[in-house]
Design a protein around this ligand. Structure first.
Ligand SMILES: [Zn+2]
Length: 246
């Protein structure tokens, strides 16, 4: 039960920070581009300075294979999707920065994978004392805040409706304690399997940050977006390797 509580703290941190996406209504094109640039920087920092090292530590080179496979699959699926719908131009060219962006789903899947893995990680530490589990929960919660914030920035930058933002934030937050809760009934997946999940999540997020968020931000915000991106990515890497490293 301790594990579910600790994972709930982590999920709440993620959900709360994602609700930042509620502020997205009625902002200017420029502000939207800056938000997308900011999100791209944080997401790439997470992929390289958090998910990749963490997954390699847990699963070794297999994690890198999962990272690369997920990245390649994203490009492949997207390529197939756009050739399949060639007649339906308006639908497939709908970008993240436009209303009803269709590309949000892969973000949700990427974060769901990562939150699932993190719920298992919290549960794995739950054999320890209540104090230790509380510490794990708070540690993971602190690190879930920039993650949720980056998703919130994507949601705000994409002009997603408030109701949808609330549902996405809540469901993805809930994934963490649900994953921890599942381990009470089923034997938890091994460390290597969790590491491979984190590697795949890293590949998905890396692809989305580099091939969607960044180009769109640069298109809409020019030089300013480039500066926001560089500062948020490097700042994110420094934070993840120092204060937020666990
Ligand atoms: Zn994480």
């Amino acid at each position: 039960m301790n594990a579910v509580f600790a994972a709930s703290l982590a999920g709440a941190g993620f959900c709360g920070a994602s609700l930042f996406g509620l502020l997205g209504g009625g902002i200017t094109q420029r502000a939207r581009a800056s938000l997308l640039a900011f999100a791209a920087g944080i997401i790439l920092a997470l992929a390289f300075a958090d998910l990749l090292p963490e997954s390699v530590e847990a699963a070794g080179p297999k994690a890198i294979a999962c990272f690369a496979t997920a990245f390649a699959l994203m490009a492949l699926l997207e390529g197939l999707h756009s050739s399949h719908h060639r007649h339906d131009e308006a639908d497939t060219t709908r970008s993240i920065g436009s209303e009803g962006a269709t590309v949000l789903l892969p973000f949700v899947i990427g974060f769901a994978l990562h939150n699932l893995a993190e719920g298992f990680v919290v549960a794995a530490g739950a054999g320890a004392s209540a104090v230790a589990v509380g510490g794990i929960g708070i540690g993971v919660m602190v690190h879930k805040i920039p993650e949720g914030g980056s998703l919130g920035a994507v949601l705000a930058g994409s002009g997603t409706s408030r109701a949808k933002v609330a549902v996405i934030a809540f469901v993805l937050g809930l994934v963490v304690p649900v994953a921890a809760g599942l381990t009470l009934f089923f034997s938890p997946p091994g460390e290597s399997a969790v590491g491979m999940m984190s590697g795949a999540a890293g590949g998905v997020l890396c692809y989305l940050g580099g091939s969607h968020l960044l180009p769109e931000a640069r298109e809409g915000g020019g030089r300013e977006a480039g500066v926001v991106f560089a500062v948020s990515m490097l700042g994110g890497v420094v934070l993840l390797l120092t204060l937020l490293s666990g």
